[in-house]
Design a protein around this ligand. Structure first.
Ligand SMILES: Cc1cc2nc3c(=O)[nH]c(=O)nc-3n(C[C@H](O)[C@H](O)[C@H](O)COP(=O)(O)OP(=O)(O)OC[C@H]3O[C@@H](n4cnc5c(N)ncnc54)[C@H](O)[C@@H]3O)c2cc1C
Length: 381
């Protein structure tokens, strides 16, 4: 067993880290204040191949594995987890189109998706269904023109900002997951509108809005894959999405820990720098142990997904739960070790505490992660 990154993986991490430090970190607070990420950033990121990280090379993507992709998200989130997580959502949608979409849909969408002139949003959650995603109600009725969509999606990252929306909706009469299909809706389509900007605790640089469909007509060939299989497509996207979100927690928490190590060497109390108090040294050690455990576990789960291991979904769920909670605990502890200064925006820690909190909620809450693990355990008994 070899736990070391390959030379190529180290190069991928370094490239993403350098881009993040150069182009994202200096702007992250401004973008948060403005409530948006400049659209010009995305084609720049796409030039590194990050618009289709695990889209096949045949389609023009980078063709990376899941483990490689987690390195990109870990490295980018060292600059800003909100920007990195937004890129993860786009990549999750890109992979769904590449894996399940027809040649026609791929030829129409993938060039823009890969260059990130077409930024994608993922629309699963509704006001009445979040964890119980298969209870969704948005419906696409077959019509002469294609499909006519009606319904509301809630909490959509990139709502009103993205160029196209990957939408899980009901087609036909089947109840539950079997009635769910996936379609693409372009921004600007008649009948597509957006709710007000959500005022959020973190991820504030990402616009989040409700997305509303009122007799929104789309062509029949905007169906991804087959009718009735959309729930499976949506869940397949989520395994990788969960790894990425975990990687975003990891990278941001590592930044906080690095900043805290520096700060504790400078800050004096009772005649010495605070890194000399053994109680605080032990806290540093605990954070380091937890971060290393989180990193190893995340990479193991990513490796499982790369291998198509039968227990990959369970490992992705376990890693998502463990790493996002370790990340939140770490940034919160780092804030504490900065004393009052940790609470001030200028020191950069409080933003990380706010940004990471949502990683315990989305891409499946951490309760749902426990549910996935427990079900699997009981089934294997
Ligand atoms: C900032 C932000 C961005 C988001 N972006 C997107 C996006 O781009 N696209 C998208 O589709 N969605 C998005 N979401 C939605 C997110 O995925 C949901 O909020 C999440 O899945 C939880 O759903 P819910 O909010 O309806 O909570 P609920 O499902 O109502 O859950 C409420 C509580 O009950 C718990 N719970 C529910 N069922 C069970 C159970 N069976 N056993 C134990 N506990 C349970 C939950 O864990 C939670 O603690 C986003 C959310 C946020 C906050």
């Amino acid at each position: 067993m070899d736990f070391a990154l390959t030379e190529e993986q180290t190069a991928i991490f370094d490239m993403a880290h350098a881009f993040g430090q150069d182009r994202i970190a200096p702007n992250a607070r401004d973008w948060e204040a403005q409530g948006t990420i400049p659209k010009e950033l995305w084609p720049e990121i796409a030039q590194l191949g990050f618009g289709g990280l695990y889209v096949s090379e045949e389609t023009g993507g980078a063709g990376l594995g899941r483990l490689d992709a987690t390195l990109v998200f870990e490295a980018l989130s060292m600059a800003c987890p909100s920007v990195a997580a937004f890129l993860s959502i786009h990549n999750m949608c890109a992979k769904m189109i590449d894996t399940f979409g027809s040649d026609d849909i791929k030829s129409r969408y993938m060039p823009g998706v890969l260059s990130m002139d077409t930024v994608l949003s993922y629309c699963l959650t509704e006001p009445g269904s979040g964890s119980d995603a298969a209870a969704l109600k948005t419906r696409a009725a077959r019509s002469n023109a294609g499909y006519t969509l009606n319904g509301t999606k809630a909490f959509i990252s990139g709502g009103g900002y993205s160029d196209a929306y990957v939408v899980m909706c009901r087609i036909g009469d089947a109840a539950g997951p079997k009635g769910i299909s996936t379609v693409i809706v372009d921004a600007g389509t008649d009948g597509l509108s957006y709710g007000a900007l959500e005022d959020k605790m973190g991820w504030r640089s990402q616009p989040t809005r409700q997305v509303q469909f009122d007799d929104c007509t789309i062509p029949a060939d905007n169906l991804i894959g087959d009718e009735g299989k959309g729930f499976g497509y949506a869940m397949a996207g989520l395994d990788g999405g969960r790894l990425n979100i975990a990687a975003c927690s990891l990278g941001a928490a590592q930044t906080a820990l690095n900043m805290t190590l520096d700060y504790m060497g400078e800050r004096k109390a009772f005649g010495q720098s605070i890194d000399q108090f053994q109680a605080l040294q032990f806290r540093l050690a605990e954070m380091e142990i937890e971060m290393q455990a989180a990193r190893t576990f995340l990479r193991q789960a990513a490796w499982k997904l790369d291998q198509n291991a039968p227990d990959a979904t369970k490992f992705c769920a376990m890693a998502k739960k463990f790493v996002t909670e370790a990340g939140s605990k770490t940034v919160n502890q780092c804030l504490q070790l900065h004393g009052g200064y940790g609470y001030l925006a200028d020191y950069g820690i409080e933003k990380l505490v706010r940004d990471l909190r949502v990683h315990e909620i989305l891409e499946g809450t951490n309760e749902i992660m426990r549910l996935i693990v427990a079900r699997q355990l009981l089934a294997e008994r």
